[in-house]
Design a protein around this ligand. Structure first.
Ligand SMILES: [Zn+2]
Length: 263
């Protein structure tokens, strides 16, 4: 399913691709704009969506450039209606690197918000009171500021494999084995995803948000399984190597730890 995508252009060697379902979203917002204000509506809705997803791309580039800095290859950034996804060759198992790579995405959103705040400020009463974004360039910039703050905060919610969940795993992995840390982060994430989905439906009637959390729930489980599979494969190869090249000296007593089998 993820294969149905259209390649756009490359940024520092990273292929930017758009999943075909994104065009359904584009058609949907264009149609809504047409129903409201004909061509003016189409123009504003499409432009708004493109600006929003440009911020998503910048968020993913934040992750990607930090990953490249640490020597991790980034194949592409895929845009989907539910957001963006940077595909790395391998996620480093060093908690400090994973922590920084993950943090760099939301940091880009907070950076954009800070710059816009300095330039256009925020409307009266924002964010908790009664406020309106004026229908002009300033209002639009304030709306983009608002989105970026939301995007940065939303991604920091500790629901694995969202950024917050990855940061949580990285912190756990400084003290626990990687698989154990992933298991705990994924389990906490799944519980929170269910809670968030229920809250979204019952209190806000936000069915799409609930669907998004259902996707995140499944993605968390899939990523945990992938880590587990890799861990089992690694153990298998280490055992094979141990058989091919026995390292324990023939006469001395066995080492405290079985060589090659443990990390
Ligand atoms: Zn992110």
């Amino acid at each position: 399913m993820l294969g149905w995508s259209l390649n756009l252009f490359r940024v520092r060697g990273i292929q930017l691709a758009v999943h075909f379902s994104f065009f359904l979203l584009l058609a949907l917002v264009a149609q809504e704009g047409w129903a409201d204000e004909r061509w003016t509506g189409v123009f504003w809705n499409v432009a708004t969506l493109l600006v929003f997803f440009t911020c998503v791309v910048l968020h993913e580039l934040g992750h990607s450039f930090t990953a490249i800095h640490f020597g991790v290859g980034v194949r592409r950034i895929l845009l989907m209606p539910i957001g963006g996804m940077a595909e790395f060759d391998s996620i480093p198992r060093e908690p400090s690197k994973e922590f920084l790579i993950t943090l760099a995405g939301p940091a880009v959103n907070f950076g954009i918000a800070a710059v816009l705040w300095a330039i256009v400020g925020v409307p009266q009463g924002w964010p908790w009171g009664d406020y309106d974004f004026p229908a002009n360039a300033t209002g639009f910039a304030q709306l983009v500021l608002h989105w970026n703050l939301l995007m940065g905060c939303f991604n920091l919610v500790p629901v694995f494999p969202m950024d917050g969940g990855r940061i949580f795993r990285a912190i756990l992995a400084t003290r626990l084995p990687y698989l154990r840390a992933t298991f705990i982060a994924a389990s906490v994430g799944k519980v929170l995803a269910v809670v968030a989905a229920v809250i979204a439906v019952y209190f806000y009637h936000a069915v799409l948000t609930a669907v998004l959390f259902a996707f995140i729930f499944v993605a968390g489980e899939m990523e945990y399984r992938a880590v587990k599979r890799r861990e089992i494969e690694d153990a298998h190869w280490r055992a094979m190597l141990a058989q091919l090249y026995p390292v324990s000296p023939p006469v001395s007593p066995p080492a405290e730890e079985p060589p090659l089998l443990s990390r």
